[in-house]
Design a protein around this ligand. Structure first.
Ligand SMILES: [Zn+2]
Length: 493
């Protein structure tokens, strides 16, 4: 398509048309490969370069608001499309489901009826995909907008009303028994902010207090609203880390850099968690699994999002650090976040067990290993909390698990029994985890810090006993039901 400057609008607009060719083609329903060239009134080609200097008056520059209008319309349309269709998520989901269904059809031995059903599903999905294919342009643009909106720091800081922490709250915040359910997001943000000040991190590292607020807001915005892996979970893990730092007097043993790494890794450790675990990511061959080659896809993603946030000067609490110090903080934070992959639990705990009896705080390897175990403890520490605080988290976790297993069933993926709503109950979910994961890990840490026995290990033992009692009641009820059914069955015969 050739555009002549004399035939259409002032040529400044034509330049825009060509620079924004993709957008224009979509609007005018032209093929996106359309070649556009711009000719001046004498018919000579005008070169188009987005970096060209601005037009001068003599080229009949249109009033600036028109250009702005064009830009705004583009942005708004893209935003509306993005909201209306949730296109990125849908696209990934549809593609995944399609692949899965196709795989199922290929499997030998499937019943004819099932194959027919799959075929129909595939047809439907293909049609859905095709109807959206024309919106490719919006896929990328909406993605860009969404990402940008989330990662871009809010300019209106401090926008969360400053919550004045009472002395009672300040004291309670240092203890594992802190009730994490009482607080709104802005109050949790104030608490996190308080921890950084209270530990002396803001003062010692010359952190800009406004940057700290902005960073925390940005962190909050980048946690998804999952049943379990949400901002409140981030708050819990960080508050437990703060409690352990206080309870175990870790500031006497660790450098402030280590304390900063422990706290920051806790804050960032589940950023942008999608609510489906690594097993799902790998089996469903999601974008994350492909990007990270099946190696801790989620933890790698949390880490990458964390440092994308730090890469923005407005949110970079480390901006006053020299490059060497930043490197150290970055490496330390990455190591800790990657250590939260439970697939590595055995490996990390074994390594710690080998060091704990002759633990050496001057040995960097020992200290790193301890920090890894500490963040692991905090990450799965809900059962350390009082029963009324801990128990709702089990429901949240099961809700997230059931969402995953339902989806796995729908997609024909393997389902882990501990996530299956047909197989799992609250006591069965908790007993094994407390007995074989939590207590052994906390008892090993107790060798270094005997003071955690009363505040952390004892509540775990009580929780284990309580769930064992509940399981006995469940079992007795099931036995009763079974024998009733047998009796009824017998009578029928
Ligand atoms: Zn977590």
């Amino acid at each position: 398509v050739t555009l002549k400057s004399s035939s259409v609008q002032p040529w400044v607009s034509l330049r825009k048309v060509i620079i924004h060719k993709n957008a224009v083609c979509v609007f005018l329903c032209w093929c996106r490969n359309t070649n556009l060239s711009l000719l001046d009134s004498s018919g000579a080609m005008v070169s188009i370069d987005p970096t060209m200097p601005h037009n001068t008056e003599r080229y009949m520059k249109p009033p600036p608001h028109k250009e702005e209008l064009f830009q705004n319309v583009l942005t708004q349309v893209a935003e509306q499309f993005s909201r209306a269709f949730k296109i990125n998520e849908l696209k990934t989901e549809v593609t995944n489901r399609l692949a899965m269904l196709e795989k199922r059809v290929e499997l030998e031995g499937m019943k004819v009826v099932e194959i027919e059903k799959c075929r129909n599903d595939i047809k439907k999905l293909r049609e859905e995909m095709a109807s959206r294919n024309n919106s490719c342009f919006y896929f990328s643009l909406s993605n860009f907008l969404e990402d940008n909106k989330k990662l871009t720091p809010r300019r209106d800081v401090p926008s969360y009303p400053k919550y004045m922490l009472s002395q009672h709250t300040i004291d309670a915040l240092k203890k594992p028994a802190f009730d994490v359910w009482l607080w709104e997001a802005n109050e949790m943000l104030s608490c996190l902010e308080h921890m950084y000040h209270d530990l002396g991190l803001v003062k010692d590292f010359n952190i800009n207090p406004i940057t700290l607020k902005r960073w925390l807001l940005c962190i909050h915005d980048n946690y998804k609203n999952n049943p379990f892996h949400n901002f409140r979970h981030c708050f819990c893990v960080t508050q437990m880390m703060y409690s352990m730092i206080c309870l175990c007097s870790l500031q006497e043993k660790f450098t402030q850099v280590d304390v900063l790494i422990l706290m920051t890794a806790a804050v960032c450790h589940d950023l942008d968690h999608p609510g489906f675990n690594n097993t799902y990511q790998i089996n469903a061959r999601t974008e994350l699994a492909v990007r990270y080659n099946d190696i801790s896809p989620l933890e790698n993603h949390h880490c990458a999002v964390a440092f994308q946030i730090f890469s923005q000067p407005d949110c970079n609490i480390f901006s006053n650090f020299d490059p060497e110090a930043f490197k150290q903080i970055r490496q330390g934070t990455i190591t800790l976040i990657l250590a939260t992959d439970m697939a590595r639990h055995g490996e990390i705990l074994d390594s710690f067990k080998q060091k704990v009896d002759s633990f050496d705080y001057t040995d960097e390897e020992h200290v790193t290993c301890l920090k890894m175990v500490l963040i692991k403890c905090c990450d799965i520490s809900n059962e350390v909390r009082p029963m009324e605080v801990a128990e709702p988290w089990v429901d949240c976790l099961l809700e997230e698990y059931f969402m995953q297993s339902d989806r796995e069933k729908a997609e024909g993926l393997p389902v882990a029994p501990f996530m299956d709503r047909e197989k799992v109950t609250k006591p069965t979910a908790q007993i094994g985890f407390i007995k074989f994961v939590l207590i052994p890990m906390f008892e090993t840490v107790m060798k270094l810090f005997p003071q955690i026995e009363e505040a952390m290990v004892q509540p775990l033992r009580e929780s284990r006993d309580r769930y064992e009692e509940l399981k006995q009641i469940d079992d007795a009820m099931n036995e009763k039901k079974k024998s009733e059914n047998l009796t009824i069955g017998g009578k029928k015969k």
